[in-house]
Design a binder for this molecule. Structure first.
Ligand code: SF4
Length: 549
């Protein structure tokens, strides 16, 4: 295009009494885009049509542009293919979100909610079922056996899955197990423990936890079976799935019946409409739903949230108190960094780095606790357990925000986690690290925005931005240990959460072009397309390229 024509076009565009057709899609996006029509192509056609009209000296309304764009669109050959029937986005995206805070925020031993907390919950569940077997069957029982499959088998050794499974089998629950008990299983692996089943006592040890096939036609990548045997005869067997974030399901599982939520929502769009129409915050919508779904009082909901806030603060404090250069368990011999990074952040010589340094140190501290197998909080998982505590600690203990602001932030963060679980996944074995650190960062961005009293659209935008910039992130833990890249990744997730809040709170909220629901769909589809080598199997990426010596 020559300069004269260029100038003339610009002049006509400026003089035209319609809005610049190349600059804004606001009016267009309010027009219904028919099903099966590609949105990007539609907007391109519309912009070109608008520009052509202006060049010809006409103004053109958004409605006219819409009609012209539709008329010139090629016929869509077929609508987008449906998502696979077994993907969570299909199965779980129906109906309103019914998850509750106590299902989501779980306290338990690290390093992985799906590989330690989930398996421990599973074997504890099975132990309770086994005790209900008829007395004549129990009298014949000779053995308890756990078989680990898929990702649980591929990377379970690095996570200590066998120790977690054994701990549950002998009657430990994740929230109350003494991490020293798990450490003792690591240090003295030949110990045996009696399991009481009726009048019978069966000895179990780590030898009864079997690392079985890593590949196969499993219903979920984290599949395990637990059995009571009488010789070769199976007296009771149950197939279980550790589906991410410490959630468990089993063959024939039906979700527990719950009360209807006060404000039913499936999408962020609907959640925000409840908040805006009722002139309340997203946090207050979530509080009302927690109360109605779980039948709890406001005080009970806050008591639980306070417990989680306190546990998050404790995990950061505990991590920071560890000696500098502490060596984490496992073959990587990874040296801890939290205390060193924190020390430097507090050094006045590096005052300009203080904020990022301190936030990173808090995340490293909680994540290193996870690497040690100490108690952590799933938010949403063990691998990502450094992200939310970093922001909670920073806002509560350093910025000294009122506790109620943090509670509200925790409730808004729950909305983000629930929606990602509802439509996509929280499991690295299903979706890679975007489903863990990405969701954690998104939750932390919503927490921060809410704690600073941001309006609902800003909360959504901050969460969207943090999630968007983790899309595609793979899971490839070196040697199967949740340490590299996981620990530093928590620090990056925390800093990105802050960045997302900083951007969202400074832009004009309505101009944010990507809505949270679209990004969750992208998360789900990327999870589906991601090569299984990058889904917590340690078969590719850093797990291959890093050589331990
Ligand atoms: S790479 Fe990410 S998803 Fe994988 S174990 Fe580490 S933190 Fe979890």
């Amino acid at each position: 295009m020559n300069k004269a024509l260029d100038r003339s076009l610009i002049k006509r565009l400026l003089e035209a009494d319609c809005e610049d057709p190349l600059a804004s899609t606001d009016q267009l996006t309010s027009q219904e885009i028919p099903p099966g029509v590609d949105r990007r192509t539609f907007l391109m056609r519309s912009a070109v049509g608008g520009a052509a009209a202006v060049m010809m000296g006409h103004s053109i309304s958004a409605q006219e542009r819409t009609a012209k764009a539709l008329a010139t669109l090629p016929q869509a050959s077929s609508p987008k293919p449906p998502l696979a029937a077994d993907l969570n986005v299909v199965k779980k995206g129906q109906g309103p979100v019914l998850t509750t805070a106590d299902e989501f925020y779980k306290v338990g031993p690290g390093p992985s909610s799906s590989h330690t907390i989930g398996p421990m919950r599973i074997t504890y569940d099975f132990y309770q079922r086994a005790t209900k077997l008829p007395a004549d069957k129990l009298a014949r029982a000779t053995k308890l056996q756990v078989n680990l499959f898929g990702s649980l088998s591929a990377t379970g050794k690095g996570h200590g899955t066998e120790r977690a499974a054994l701990a549950g089998l002998v009657g430990n629950e994740p929230a109350t197990v003494d991490p020293k008990f798990l450490d003792s299983l690591r240090d003295k692996p030949d110990q045996t423990f009696p399991v009481k089943l009726g009048d019978k006592s069966i000895n179990v040890s780590l030898k009864d936890i079997i690392y079985d096939a890593t590949k196969g036609d499993f219903k979920h990548p984290n599949t395990m079976t637990v059995k009571v045997l009488a010789g070769d005869e199976v007296l009771l067997e149950q197939e279980y799935y550790s589906v991410g974030g410490g959630f468990i399901e089993w063959k024939g599982y039906t979700p527990p019946k719950k009360n209807p939520p006060k404000y039913p929502f499936r999408l962020m769009k609907e959640l925000r409409a409840h908040a805006d129409n009722n002139k309340i915050s997203i946090a207050k919508v979530m509080l009302a739903n927690e109360m109605s779904i779980a039948g709890r009082t406001e005080a009970e909901v806050y008591a639980f949230i306070d417990k989680i806030i306190n546990a998050m603060v404790a995990t950061v404090k505990s991590g920071l108190s560890m000696p500098e250069d502490d060596v984490l368990p496992g073959p990587i011999k990874l040296h801890s960094k939290a205390a060193t990074v924190y020390k430097r952040a507090m050094d006045d010589k590096y005052a300009s780095d203080k904020g990022i340094g301190a936030l990173s140190a808090f995340a490293l501290a909680a994540s290193e606790e996870n690497g040690r197998g100490h108690l952590v909080i799933t938010a949403p998982t063990g691998g990502s357990a450094g992200v939310m505590p970093a922001l909670v600690y920073g806002l509560l203990e350093v910025r000294k925000l009122d506790r109620q602001k943090i509670r509200d932030g925790m409730l808004a963060a729950l909305a983000i986690g629930y929606l990602c679980k509802h439509h996509a996944t929280l499991s690295a074995a299903e979706g890679g690290c975007q489903a863990e650190i990405g969701v954690a960062s998104s939750m932390a961005a919503a927490l921060t925005a809410t704690a600073y009293d941001a309006e609902s659209r800003v909360v959504e935008n901050a969460a969207e931005s943090a999630l968007e910039h983790h899309l595609g992130m793979t899971c490839d833990p070196v040697a199967g240990y949740v340490q590299v890249p996981c620990i530093e990744r928590c620090a990056f997730g925390a800093v990105k959460a802050w960045t997302a809040y900083a951007i969202a709170s400074n832009e004009i909220a309505s101009r944010h072009r990507v809505d949270f629901d679209a990004t969750v769909m992208a998360l789900a589809e990327t999870a589906k397309d991601m090569n299984s080598k990058y889904k917590e199997t340690s078969e590719a990426g850093l797990a291959l390229s890093v050589t331990l010596c």
